[in-house]
Design a protein around this ligand. Structure first.
Ligand SMILES: C[S@@+](CC[C@H](N)C(=O)[O-])C[C@H]1O[C@@H](n2cnc3c(N)ncnc32)[C@H](O)[C@@H]1O
Length: 459
């Protein structure tokens, strides 16, 4: 989950958002202060006290009324019309325009009705030293959609708050946080009693920094959602909204996580997929920060969550060198077009060994949910097809077939898992490295598979 909001000085990751399914990314949240108690002349921000200017409360109230009058914040419920029996609803705090994005989607929202009687593949229970966590109730296969969840709450990042230029940074931070708490209070108040209780029961790791109780939960549990603010540049921190779920927000962090969470706009839900096989009773883990960096860098970014990661990679003294090596290595999918057209003779003998070397690091580090894992798998597959080696290509196809959360994985990839499949000879790249004849049609097919361009997947 990528958490993050207003004026946060914490890293906003994620970004990711490319030509693939949007990912849910953690967001660190506003790094602000405590909700002021009415009538107090000083506000606690973090461990400090902030002097308030004369008439501060009245000034804030005036500015808030202006924001309301201008319709800069929209409280709404999804689905907009009456929910079906058993269908979960989400309270939303939107920027202007977000609701219109959803109303423009044909068939929105596809209903999400609870399946009664089917045993859930997961259970929430105590995770030693981490509070609660999500655990598998049975073995789960790589690529399986484990659960979908429509969130309790979705809010915009950097929601407009009333600020005066003359205030100090601390006063602005304080005021933004106060206003966020008020907006959240409206949204939580609109929830059903069951959802309200679920929201209030979520973890709050912002007890010491002065966040109000609702904002503390929001900042601890939000996962980034992209696509609700199309007017903003993709990948901008402010282009993200943040969703808090009853189940998805119970996922603990690991730098070698075994699930990935993606946002499905049409059902207005998070979809959680297994990125590798998960054993019965194993904990499901997600990543709260980018995981390509060193152990120290990752733990710096995890500070807003108030824990030190003790995952296998963080404890392995050789992990940093492996991840650093991967970071500085070129994604092999970028080289394929030149290699195929004969413009990269130096890559002829190195391309496939390089794919295998990078795959070895990715698997040892538990990085199957990363962009690089997709890039290496697709490069290995295409290279083997181009060399007319269906046996080796089928091994790469098996990996690709499990990456179900990436739009660029060819829809017919399953037909390449059998090396004897007739699909091989019909593939536009079949034996092209040997027979030549790489034309525009082949390049188009490669581009469709994310080859030759940087495919940046979300976490
Ligand atoms: C989104 S919540 C995850 C669910 C949470 N454990 C609970 O009890 O609801 C995030 C918080 O869980 C805890 N947490 C998550 N991953 C952790 C980890 N790898 N080690 C220790 N604590 C972790 C931290 O307190 C963090 O602020």
């Amino acid at each position: 989950m990528k958490r993050g909001f207003l004026n946060s000085s914490k890293p906003k990751v994620h970004p990711q958002g490319p030509s693939t399914t949007p990912a849910a990314t953690p967001s660190p949240g506003i790094d602000l202060g405590e909700i002021p108690r009415a009538g107090l002349g000083r506000l606690a921000i973090g461990k400090q006290n902030v002097e308030l200017p004369e008439g501060f409360d009245e000034d804030v109230a005036l500015l808030e009324r202006e924001i309301q009058a201008q319709g800069m914040i929209v409280h709404t419920t999804v689905p907009f019309d009456k929910a079906l029996p058993g269908e979960h609803t989400t309270e939303c705090i939107f920027h202007p325009g977000s609701k219109e994005v959803l109303m423009g989607l044909s068939g929105f929202p596809q209903p999400m009705v609870k399946r009664v009687g089917k045993k859930s593949p997961v259970v929430v229970k105590e995770a030693s030293g981490m509070g609660l966590g999500v655990f598998a109730t049975r073995g789960i296969k790589a690529g399986e959609l484990i659960f979908s969840e429509r969130p309790l709450l979705v809010g915009g990042q950097a929601l407009p708050t009333a600020l005066r230029a003359s205030w100090t940074r601390e006063q602005k931070s304080q005021s933004s946080l106060n206003q966020l708490e008020k907006m959240l209070a409206v949204a939580v108040d609109r929830m059903s009693d069951e959802d309200k209780a679920a929201y209030m029961a979520l973890k709050n790791s912002h007890l010491e920094d002065g966040s109000g109780p609702l904002a503390g939960i929001y900042r601890t549990n939000g996962l980034g959602i992209e696509g609700l603010r199309p007017e903003l540049k993709k990948g901008d921190a402010t282009a993200f909204c943040s969703g808090v779920g009853n189940l998805v927000s119970r996922l603990n962090h690991s730098c070698s996580r075994n699930v990935t969470a993606h946002w499905n706009m049409l059902t207005f839900s998070f979809q959680v997929f297994a990125v590798r096989d998960i054993a019965a009773d194993e904990e499901l883990t997600y990543q709260y920060c980018p995981i390509e960096g060193s152990t120290a860098e990752r733990n710096e970014q995890l500070k807003p969550y108030d824990f030190i990661c003790a995952c296998p990679s963080c404890k392995d003294p050789e992990s940093d060198a492996r991840r650093a090596n991967l970071k500085k290595s070129y994604p092999p999918s970028m080289i394929i077009p030149a290699w195929l057209s004969g413009n990269a003779p130096q890559a002829d003998s190195k391309l496939l060994p390089e794919c295998r070397r990078q795959m070895d690091i990715l698997e040892r580090e538990g990085m199957q949910g990363t962009s690089r894992y997709f890039q290496v798998s697709v490069a290995g597959f295409v290279a083997c097809v181009a060399l007319g080696d269906a046996q080796s290509a089928s091994e790469w196809a098996r990996k690709l077939a499990r990456i179900r959360w990436v739009d660029k994985v060819p829809k017919d990839i399953e037909s390449f898992v059998d090396p004897k499949s007739r699909a091989y000879k019909a593939h536009p790249v079949w034996r092209k490295k040997i027979d030549g004849g790489v034309g525009f049609d082949v390049m188009v097919k490669l581009a469709e598979m994310g080859i030759g361009s940087v495919v940046n997947l979300p976490h």
